[in-house]
Design a protein around this ligand. Structure first.
Ligand code: UDP
Length: 347
């Protein structure tokens, strides 16, 4: 059963796996600002959380869930938030087996350990589990939407398959206290990396577009940029977690939640134009001096086996009804904050 969590209770320690990543770094900041809790944080990298490493309320372990002794230590805490994942699209294609190991094997073992210890597991899944949606797909609902993936030869779906199997495994563990979060394109400072600088392969679209803008290169529009996404501020995502922490156990135990912002939907082509304008205004130059996007096929960009979700629009009524959460940050604000951060960090 989810424990009662008072924000002013200094005896609470939460375990955050993946605390050094994009979402984890924002979550840590908010926990230290808004609560008296301690954090047992696990990650392989810590550059995003440098400012917290000397905080006596953080115990940081540089490790990952491939190590079974780490799983045991993590599950000893009453609240376990698992943010760890390989979520770089180009790796779904090139390293499918490793993507499946890290997104299924390790979280499944963590769920087993939480069942044993009685910890409440908050598992971060993905909106990618809704699979190969079409341009006509409407609102994606946690409990009613039918899911279909492409064939096994389309490796794009390796990540989604592993994530969905993990959700099914967690839901199948009778007696485990769990909540699943399905993020819809979270964006904000510290998202992903700049290829060739602090990471390799192809990051997600926002980091990719930001990198191209900083380098003065054209943005790559995969298959014409017709796919649509709804972008969500990472600050709203953290706010959702605080709604969850404060919610009654019966509102969130054994539930999967979409966390997204349906008001922020647009096509990737529209996103490219918006980001060109915001970048031009940050730099104080005319938008005509920023290169026009170039179109490229998915196969050429990501390799054979690339398929796409054409629309990912979250039904967010469940989060609103059960934990009183609604994402509110408008798209222009989210994009400007992210791009300003990217420019100041990498320029
Ligand atoms: N995309 C693109 N150019 C890029 C990176 C991604 O056009 O440089 C497209 C991609 O094909 C997809 C959408 O942008 O349609 C979002 O891709 P992302 O990698 O961010 O993750 P997804 O939302 O598909 O999980």
């Amino acid at each position: 059963m989810k424990p009662v969590l008072r924000f002013d209770d200094p005896s609470i320690t939460v375990a955050v796996v993946g605390c050094g990543g994009f979402i984890g770094s924002h979550l840590l900041q908010a926990i230290f600002e808004k609560t008296c809790w301690r954090v047992f944080g696990v990650d392989l990298e810590s550059y995003r959380i440098q400012q917290h490493l000397a905080n006596p309320r953080l115990e940081f372990l540089c490790a990952d869930l491939a190590d079974s002794s780490v799983i045991k230590r993590v599950a000893a805490f009453p609240v376990v938030i698992n943010l760890a994942a390989i979520c770089t699209p180009s790796r779904y294609m090139d390293e499918a087996a490793e993507v499946i190991r890290s997104n299924y094997d390790h979280p499944a073992r963590l769920a087993d350990a939480c069942l044993k210890s009685g910890a409440w597991l908050v598992h971060f899944s993905t909106s990618e589990i809704y699979g190969k949606t079409s341009a006509e797909s409407g609102l994606l609902n946690e409990d009613h939407t039918e899911i279909s993936f492409g064939p096994v030869s389309a490796s794009r779906w390796s990540y989604a398959t592993a994530k969905l199997l993990t959700e099914r495994y967690i839901a199948g563990l009778s007696g485990l206290s769990w909540t699943v979060v399905r993020p819809f394109n979270f964006v904000g400072p510290y998202m992903d990396y700049m290829p060739g600088v602090d990471g390799e392969g192809i990051p997600r679209v926002l980091a990719n577009f930001s990198s191209a803008l900083v380098r003065g290169e054209p943005l790559a529009l995969v298959n014409g940029g017709k796919a649509k996404r709804s972008f969500t501020s990472v600050h709203d995502a953290v706010e959702f977690l605080f709604c969850l922490f404060g919610a009654a156990p019966e509102s969130c135990d054994h539930q999967a939640f979409n966390v997204g912002n349906p008001d922020n939907e647009l096509s990737i082509g529209e996103l490219a134009q918006k980001m060109r304008s915001i970048y031009a205004s940050i730099r104080g130059v005319d938008v005509s001096s920023i290169p026009e996007p170039r179109e490229i096929s998915g196969e050429e960009y990501y390799g054979a086996g690339y398929e796409d979700s054409m629309r990912r629009l979250p039904d967010v009524s469940k989060a609103e009804r059960l934990v009183n959460f609604r994402a509110r940050t408008p798209l222009d604000e989210v994009l400007r904050e992210s791009l300003e951060w990217f420019v100041s960090h990498y320029s």
